[in-house]
Design a protein around this ligand. Structure first.
Ligand code: GLN
Length: 567
């Protein structure tokens, strides 16, 4: 007679323990209201649209009533984006709390209408800096400090802290770079471990990669996609959802191939195809069933999404027939991403006004080489002088400002553009020959723009500018006040220089209006020229707070004024 199977073998004891552990995790999550995690990775090439996909996932969850925050992981060794050239890496996005972060945080803020803290931009530099600091303090007590577990523990603890700080239902985590990058490895390993720790139904991996279309055969090619999923699996990550970035919707046969080789169900494969505006992308993905799939997979309560407000916002971005041409004078004009918050603020404004903004880049060095070329500015309905640093192109920018002021062209000067508008006025109206910012001419006789007092003693470059949101008081009866409709506003900043107090009086006496101040009246924040249809400069960067459907007031006023010139 066969012996009855023992009730408690080692094997089923382990099984019971596992179920118990899962039960405890599940209960604790319910009681502590812990976040679910969605990780977004990318393959084949960079700039494949991870930022827009992450934002769109957020939007789909928001439409279903869920709260969320977002973390961006940047695997480079810099501590933050502040010291990186925008020409190489795109815009430096400034957060309310003064972080100099990756431009994707701007996409998240704009799509989701949330404010993201600087802590949510994790870099290799930060992770190593804190592990090394702990090692020096003796916190590892004689142990050998290693990538696994010490670096990966630090990464996990940062992600989990971000979730705790946000206190939201879901935390989205976008891993920058491409699967296979050497720098990304510890981050992929950390999130692999997080699936074990947080549980299957609390973590979701979404992978996006390019599906190119060959010009000759017009065929959609899935092989690079398959390879990038294989690379993910090689490091222990099985994606749950696959998103193909493709010009057109994906053909069924290609989708089936990706599902089969990627080892995910067919209804977990989606296409992010070219849309008329980026704000259309969440709607397109949700139509394919992505929102419902995510909610189900994360064991969240499903409900009918509320899209109405977003649909009308997205619709306002559909191409309008009236085109407003904006001339953009800047230094990093070869990479449109260098000024992405500014171009978005212009598009938000154009959508509100019901026109289309044609954003055209101008290298101002060409005015320096041939002064008569300034007249070409006539073709634009509005002129912007963009934020920037250093001497290159500044004389040309000052010429453009002069043109806008004298020819009554709508003008918007942001940060450096504001400072150079002060220089232009000092030179051409006050008659201060050679007036300048000390950033360009340290020995100028008329330093109308000079170091902020606290900057004079600063020796290190990283994170030391005047950064983040500060209160500004607007003078009643000015253009700035009219635009904002309030005397107290908050805008974000990123600068080392400002209007020199010694020249305030002379500027004002000659008719320039200083219309916005810091609350202690020690700093100028806005300037304008009364009598001009629209001439506004600000030390701040209002573009960082512009939202689709709720454009930044200076940008809206500027585009409105420019639109009036279109016949
Ligand atoms: N270079 C100027 C400053 O540091 C302007 C900076 C900017 O445009 N963000 O003050």
């Amino acid at each position: 007679m066969a012996r009855p199977a023992p009730l408690l073998t080692l094997r089923n004891a382990l099984g019971y323990l596992f179920i118990l552990k899962e039960l405890i995790i599940y209960q604790t999550r319910l009681v502590l209201d812990m976040a679910k995690f969605v990780f977004v990775t990318g393959g084949v090439l960079s700039s494949v649209g991870k930022g827009i996909l992450t934002s769109s996932i957020g939007k789909m969850l928001q439409a279903r009533g869920y709260t969320l925050s977002v973390v961006k992981i940047d695997p480079y060794v810099n501590v933050d984006a502040g010291t990186m050239n925008p020409y190489m890496h795109g815009e430096v996005f400034v957060t309310d709390d003064g972080g100099e972060t990756d431009l994707d945080l701007g996409h998240y803020e704009r799509f989701l209408d949330i404010s993201i803290p600087k802590f949510n931009n994790i870099t290799t530099g930060q992770v190593y800096a804190s592990v090394i600091a702990k090692e020096r303090k003796g916190e590892y007590l004689g142990r050998c400090v290693q990538i696994i577990p010490h670096i990966t523990d630090e990464i996990k603890s940062r992600i989990k802290s971000a979730a705790k700080m946000a206190g939201t239902d879901v935390l989205l985590v976008e891993i920058g770079g491409t699967v296979g990058d050497i720098e990304s490895q510890p981050f992929f390993e950390a999130v692999r471990q997080m699936r074990l720790e947080e549980g299957f139904e609390n973590t979701l991996f979404v992978h996006i990669a390019l599906v190119p279309i060959l010009d000759v055969t017009k065929e959609q090619k899935s092989k690079p996609f398959q390879h990038s999923v294989q690379e993910l699996r090689r490091i222990g990550l099985q994606p749950d959802i696959l998103v193909a970035r493709c010009r057109d919707p994906m053909e069924e046969a290609v989708k089936k191939k990706i599902s089969l080789f990627g080892s995910v169900p067919l209804d977990a494969v989606f296409t992010s195809y070219d849309a008329e505006s980026i704000y259309q992308v969440p709607l397109e993905l949700d139509k394919q069933g992505m929102g419902n799939y995510i909610v189900k997979r994360l064991c969240l309560k499903d409900g009918k999404p509320e899209w109405d407000p977003w649909v009308s916002i997205a619709k306002s971005f559909m191409k309008a027939s009236k085109v407003v041409r904006i001339g953009m004078c800047g230094k990093y004009t070869k990479l449109a991403d260098s000024y992405v918050s500014i171009t978005e603020a212009l598009h938000h404004s154009a959508a509100k006004v019901g026109v289309q903004a044609s954003i055209e880049w101008i290298e101002t060095t060409k005015f320096e080489e041939d002064t008569s070329a300034v007249c070409t500015l006539d073709q634009y309905q509005g002129i912007m002088v963009l934020p920037g640093f250093g001497a290159r192109g500044t004389e040309g920018k000052i010429m453009a400002i002069n043109y806008a002021r004298e020819n009554k062209k709508p003008f918007l000067g942001i940060c450096y553009g504001f400072q150079l508008a002060i220089v232009e006025f000092a030179r051409n109206v006050l008659g201060y020959a050679g007036a300048d910012t000390t950033e360009v001419s340290p020995g100028t006789k008329y330093p109308v723009i000079d170091f902020l007092p606290e900057q004079k003693t600063i020796g290190v470059m990283g994170g030391t500018m005047r950064l983040g949101a500060y209160k500004i008081i607007l003078e009643k009866g000015t253009l700035a006040y009219k635009l904002y409709g309030a005397t107290e506003i908050y805008e974000r900043h990123r600068h080392r220089y400002e209007v020199n107090p010694e020249y305030w009086k002379a500027l004002e006496q000659s008719g320039l209006v200083l219309s916005g101040w810091s609350p202690d009246k020690k700093r100028v924040e806005f300037m304008e020229h009364p009598g001009h249809p629209f001439f506004l400069g600000t030390q701040a960067h209002p573009e960082f707070k512009s939202r689709p459907g709720r454009p930044s007031p200076p940008y809206l006023g500027f585009v409105e004024a420019a639109a009036k010139l279109v016949t």
